[in-house]
Write a protein that binds this ligand. Structure first.
Ligand SMILES: N[C@@H](CS)C(=O)NCC(=O)O
Ligand SMILES: [Mg+2]
Ligand SMILES: [Zn+2]
Ligand SMILES: [Zn+2]
Length: 487
């Protein structure tokens, strides 16, 4: 059985070919353009396939994907991203998706100069599917048309890391419990030399993580605290970066139970943990510089006889008391203890947490970007810049003292775990900020609730198929790489 190969090339909105496509068509007596002219040249993200384009007997399957404007910018001010590279992700992803179900063994893709990494990301993010039966319908292999390319492999690794996060998030909560999460992550990361340590209930209690435990005790599933340590081959910055990720493997809301509609999506309420471990995975695969510690508190948030009750008061590791008025604001209870633990025991220079924290963040920016809450303009600038590069954007949000006042002091305790609906994401960020000393590490909180899953009925972005996204893994990895590379 001969291998079914498809050659992927690109054209632009002005119906002009890339130089490689131009050469190809000339070498085939113009047959390609003849095909395109009759089919119509593809717009951005569209594709045209010329099956068995025959010339001098040698039939070739040729797919042409639209790469948007030929003069796309390296920085589009409106979209706040590298448009040329994002167009390349979209076009490469569209080419792969167009071949679903066509039993293609190999895709050989023309590389667009300066966009090789982006093309590999778009193609391999588009290729991934959670279900084996769906994955089997996708092209088996996607490679550069002229052989190996370093920047292409950079994109392949980045997509592989994000796809691992997608796998962790998409998995049903009964098959991705705190225990299983630790097992799967250790199995995948340990072979890369990443030190993986799993702590259980006894550790959580002995470390006085009373807020974390107050959530976890409502479930029969044992909570875990997973710690990852990765040291790159060098560390020009001399800094230690600690990444923290919210790992609620199922969030039913607890006694303050969520509405039943779409509650299944809360299997991905460990998206912060997934993105965090996948960022370490990406850095290790790339042998990136830097010194990193990652911490992911993992638990289920369920209603039960042992669950938090609205109004309960719990004590965090640093002695602060918290009135749990809303048991569905549980992520901040896991995170506050973990932030204290990081500051006390790791003493990092920088902490970045990722959490599917609030519905208010989803309302604020939708699926477009993650929200960054920080007092450090330098961190905000670097995180935003990373999003411009990867196309998975981050937008700075306010976390002012006025937000802190909305949740502190509480009637019965130092802090309330919830405040008014208005500014909910900012109030949550102000809560977390209270657990990182002002003179301590530079700290940024990323609320990724809005980018946890794909937008129903839309392809935004088009190279990620319906389901959990693993966003913003590539951005967090790019931030870490850039931060640690500069002295
Ligand atoms: N799991 C998060 C995002 S859905 C959550 O339950 N947040 C509580 C809230 O009030 O937004
Ligand atoms: Mg899960
Ligand atoms: Zn919740
Ligand atoms: Zn939650």
């Amino acid at each position: 059985m001969t291998e079914k190969i498809v050659y992927v090339h690109f054209s632009y909105d002005d119906e002009t070919p890339t130089p490689v496509l131009e050469e190809l068509s000339k070498s085939r007596n113009g047959s390609v353009f003849a095909g395109l002219n009759s089919a119509g040249w593809p717009g951005k993200g569209e594709t045209r396939i010329l099956w068995n384009d025959t010339f001098s007997g040698e039939g070739r399957n040729i797919l042409i994907a639209g790469a948007g404007a030929k003069n796309a910018k390296d920085y589009c001010e409106i979209e706040m991203l590298n448009e040329r590279r994002e167009n390349a992700r979209v076009a490469a992803g569209a080419a792969v998706n167009a071949l679903k179900g066509l039993k293609v063994d190999k895709v050989l893709m023309e590389l667009l100069p300066g966009c090789e990494t982006a093309q590999a990301e778009g193609a391999h993010l588009a290729q991934w599917r959670y279900k084996e039966t769906e994955l089997a319908k996708m092209p088996k292999l996607i490679e550069p048309i002229n052989g190996a390319h370093d920047d292409w492999m950079t994109g392949v690794r980045a997509a592989k890391a994000q796809n691992f996060a997608r796998y962790l998030m998409e998995s049903p909560a009964n098959l991705m419990t705190p225990t299983i999460f630790c097992e799967k992550v250790t199995e995948r990361l340990n072979p890369l030399g990443i030190k993986c340590t799993t702590h259980g209930k006894d550790f959580i209690l002995s470390e006085r993580m009373g807020a974390f435990w107050s959530v976890a005790k409502g479930s029969a599933e044992e909570p875990k605290l997973l710690k990852l340590e990765y040291n790159g081959p060098s560390n020009p910055s001399g800094k230690t970066i600690c990444l923290v990720g919210k790992g609620v493997t199922f969030d039913a809301g607890g006694i303050s139970i969520k509405p039943s509609a779409n509650m299944d999506a809360m299997r991905a309420d460990m998206g912060g943990a997934a993105v965090t471990v996948s960022t370490i995975y990406a850095l290790a695969m790339a042998k990136a510089p830097g010194k990193y510690v990652a911490l992911t508190p993992l638990a289920e948030n369920l209603p039960s006889g042992t669950a938090n009750k609205p109004g309960d008061v719990v004590t965090a590791r640093n002695g602060m008391t918290i009135q749990v008025d809303n048991t569905d604001a549980e992520g901040r209870l896991l995170l506050c203890d973990t932030l204290c633990y990081a500051c006390d025991t790791i003493k990092p220079d920088v902490i970045v947490d990722s959490a599917t924290l609030t519905g208010a963040m989803c309302v604020a920016t939708g699926w477009a970007c993650a929200g960054c809450f920080t007092w450090s303009t330098d961190l905000a600038t670097k995180l935003t810049a990373a999003g411009v590069e990867t196309g998975d954007r981050i937008w700075r949000m306010p976390v002012f003292n006025s937000h802190k006042k909305k949740i502190s002091p509480a009637q019965l305790a130092d802090l309330n775990n919830t405040g008014p609906r208005w500014g909910g994401a900012c109030n949550a960020a102000a809560y977390l900020r209270s657990f990182v000393p002002a003179d301590g590490p530079e700290y940024a909180h990323l609320d990724i609730a809005g980018v946890m899953d794909t937008c129903p009925g839309a392809d935004d972005p088009s190279y990620i198929s319906k389901g959990m996204t693993g966003r913003p893994t590539r951005t967090l990895a790019e931030f870490c790489r850039a931060y640690s590379s500069s002295s």
